[in-house]
Design a protein around this ligand. Structure first.
Ligand SMILES: NC(=O)c1ccc[n+]([C@@H]2O[C@H](COP(=O)([O-])OP(=O)(O)OC[C@H]3O[C@@H](n4cnc5c(N)ncnc54)[C@H](OP(=O)(O)O)[C@@H]3O)[C@@H](O)[C@H]2O)c1
Length: 247
């Protein structure tokens, strides 16, 4: 979409081949687990492409499993990559954009920042943390000309679940894990295609304002957040257990 508008786009993935998959995008290798790779990617764009007007912190993945069963190192590395790795990139962009008095940082968080999904504790924690960071950055950047968008998608049909499958136990010891997994699989299979999320973000960028932008089905992105604001916390928690059939 951005390429069609004549924007110079740099795209990242953990391998150059994947990053080069979209014609016209300038490919970069970046692994959120590796702070040096994050800094090197940012430096490469700056030295070869000049100032960055828009940073879209989109990379993300999730593990799945019971909190007390997930290996501690796995849990920590998921939070570190998605929260710290993304934060370092936002930090470099914030400094450069503040100096120029313009630019936009988009942190792709998730509706899990408001509605955590059971058995995705590291992911929920990282995304809620990233949402808090976005709100902080938005306040700190007010009056500087730099915009900060916390973009919160609901379910979209992407490769997300395939990558999550590789990060879950081969056999669930808890029957409730299987039920939630099946529910997630069913929901993602019926979810809208990611072009819709891209269009929502494009619209938000055109508005030129900082803030939270939710994107997804009417129920997930509009009705549930609205009702959640009105409901007492105990009722919200009850509805969450009902929604995921947790008993
Ligand atoms: N799909 C949904 O329903 C949904 C809902 C809410 C939020 N989100 C968020 O939307 C964003 C995009 O997800 P998606 O649905 O498009 O999933 P996806 O198809 O699995 O894409 C994930 C992207 O993240 C990159 N990535 C994964 N691990 C990385 C790492 N350690 N370092 C750098 N890049 C890494 C992948 O690059 P490689 O090519 O290197 O694998 C890939 O480009 C994520 O932040 C996700 O949390 C998705």
């Amino acid at each position: 979409m951005l390429l069609a508008e004549g924007v110079e786009v740099w795209g990242t993935a953990r391998s150059l081949e994947r990053a080069a998959a979209v014609e016209g995008v300038r490919p970069l290798v970046l692994d959120l687990h590796d702070r040096e790779s994050v800094a090197a990617a940012w430096q490469a764009v700056h030295s070869q492409g000049g100032a960055v007007d828009l940073l879209i912190n989109n990379a993300g993945f999730a593990g799945f499993g019971r909190f007390d069963e997930i290996p501690a190192e796995m849990w920590e590395s998921e939070v570190a990559a998605m929260l710290f790795g993304t934060a370092w990139l936002a930090r470099m962009a914030a400094a450069a954009m503040r100096a120029r008095g313009q630019g936009t940082i988009v942190n792709v968080t998730s509706l899990v920042a408001e509605f955590p999904i059971p058995f995705m504790s590291a992911y929920n924690t990282a995304k809620a943390g990233l949402a808090a960071l976005s709100a902080t950055l938005e306040a700190e950047m007010s009056g500087t000309g730099v915009k900060v968008i916390d973009f919160r998608p609901g379910d979209y049909r992407t490769d997300f679940n395939r990558s999550m499958s590789a990060r879950r136990p081969s056999v669930f010891t808890d029957e409730r894990c299987s039920r939630v997994w099946e529910r997630i699989e069913k929901q993602l299979a019926a979810a809208p295609s990611p072009e819709r999320a891209a269009r929502d973000l494009r619209r938000a960028l055109r508005r030129g304002r900082s803030g939270v932008v939710r994107s997804g089905s009417f129920f997930q992105a509009r009705l549930a957040p609205f009702l959640d604001r009105l409901a007492p916390v105990r009722l919200s928690r009850f509805c969450q257990r009902l929604y995921f059939d947790l008993g």
